[in-house]
Design a protein around this ligand. Structure first.
Ligand SMILES: [Zn+2]
Length: 420
């Protein structure tokens, strides 16, 4: 075992383990040989950090890591260094590459391991359902990835991957539909359905959601809940949102990965020639964008009203409030060749507004206005990216459901005006 040496040698723990207190001060008097050795080690560690593999964070892949865990032998970024510190120095000993002192043994350990070898060890069995975080992903996903790798060593010991299952059951805090309170509810996933129960002993679930209808978003910032998760599904032709969280980040990630795993297995059965890598992009996706926009109606007399917009894959939803259970409206975003487009400004006959933009769909033009020019540019870019992407077979079902809902609500409005 090429890893035995790391344990045998037992990398010496220095006084400044954890990176605190070991800062090199330029004015500090030091004796000459120690200073020379320190300089040599400082130069050496910076050189090592430039090598292929080490020049990106060993945990999240962002460029130019500024820290390292000298017992684990990985170069890491500032964000991942914070997760390493939370593990405690018995798991990871973190130092800054430039601001901390490095001794010979620590530098030697970094030289002997490095990011590529560490990856071979700590990521040897990452299952396809596991969403490996990228820079900017939800903090709970990042922290639990670091804990899973080094603290629980889930990717070395496969039996620790509790999400590798087709059935889960447990309790999550669920937001009540019409009030801002959370209640503990029993949830389960089995037979390709997610269910939740309103009463502890109820035999019948309150809601049963087919997994193919379920979209899962991890820790949307509007929840202000690090361990939060938003579940959305189609209910009577309209999207319904459910908000849940768990006090433990490990538990919420367990649910998230288990749902991904069950979805993955379903897709592999449905598409026997597909590989796990091919279906992984369809398991879950965080919202592309969320935020406040003002929206006006089709008539010149219509005022601009503030709405909370959510762009979820090909679906643009608007809500009265960010945590509403149902959107007020949903717009399917098709392909640009089918008469969908987005442009700055308002169409003729529509009220002008700062930072306005128009979304043209085959049956209606939607006019919205962003709080700033920068946000307008971000929304337009995000919508354009969707309009340029070819439709997948499953997008057609979502299109049919949203359009049927739009037509039926338009129908009921007509009858209201005609008969009252
Ligand atoms: Zn990182």
């Amino acid at each position: 075992m090429r890893w035995k040496w790391a344990k045998k040698k037992g990398v010496k723990e220095s006084k400044d383990a954890g990176g605190e207190g070991g800062r090199v001060s330029p004015s500090e008097p030091r004796n000459a040989p120690a200073a020379a050795m320190g300089d040599r080690n400082s130069r050496r560690i910076i050189e090592l950090a430039k090598l292929v593999g080490n020049s990106v964070c060993g945990d999240c892949g962002c460029s130019n890591p500024e820290w390292a865990s000298y017992n684990l032998g990985v170069f890491i970024c500032t964000t991942c260094a914070t997760w390493h510190r939370k593990l405690g120095t018995h798991v990871s000993k973190v130092k800054h590459l430039k601001l901390d002192k490095w001794d010979d043994e620590q530098v030697q350990n970094m030289e002997e391991i490095g990011n590529e070898k560490a990856k071979q060890k700590y990521e040897q069995h990452v299952p396809p359902c596991y969403r490996v975080p990228k820079p900017g992903d939800p903090p709970v996903l990042q922290e639990q990835w670091v804990r899973a790798k080094y603290e629980r060593q889930e990717f070395i010991h496969v039996d620790k991957q509790t999400y590798n299952t087709n059935e889960i059951e447990g309790r999550l805090m669920k937001k009540a539909r019409d009030e801002n309170k959370y209640y503990e509810r029993k949830f389960s996933v089995s037979e390709n359905c997610l269910k939740y129960y309103n009463k502890e002993n109820s035999k019948e679930p309150k809601v049963t959601i087919t997994l193919s209808e379920l979209s899962v978003c991890l820790a949307p910032p509007k929840m202000k809940q690090n361990n939060g998760m938003q579940l959305s599904y189609m209910c009577d032709g309209s999207t319904r949102h459910i908000y849940v969280y768990h006090a433990s980040g490990e538990t919420i990630i367990h649910w998230y990965m288990a749902i991904r795993n069950i979805k993955l297995n379903r897709l592999l059965v449905a598409y026997p020639s597909a590989t796990p890598e091919e279906v992984v992009p369809y398991l879950t996706n965080d919202f592309t964008m969320e935020g406040w926009l003002s929206k006006t109606g089709p008539s010149e007399r219509d005022a601009y009203r503030k709405r909370w917009f959510t762009l979820d894959d090909r679906k643009l939803m608007y809500h009265e409030n960010p945590m509403d259970p149902y959107p007020r409206g949903e717009i399917f975003l098709g392909h640009k060749d089918d008469n969908y487009s987005v442009s700055e400004g308002v169409p003729r006959g529509c009220k002008e507004h700062d930072c306005a933009f128009s979304l043209v769909t085959p049956d209606r033009t939607f006019v919205m206005s962003a709080p700033t020019r920068e946000e307008r540019a971000q929304w337009m870019k995000a919508i354009n990216t969707v309009l340029e992407r070819p439709l997948r077979p499953q997008d057609n079902q979502s299109k049919a459901e949203i359009e049927a809902k739009r037509k039926s609500s338009r129908g009921s409005r007509h009858s209201f005006f005609n008969f009252h």
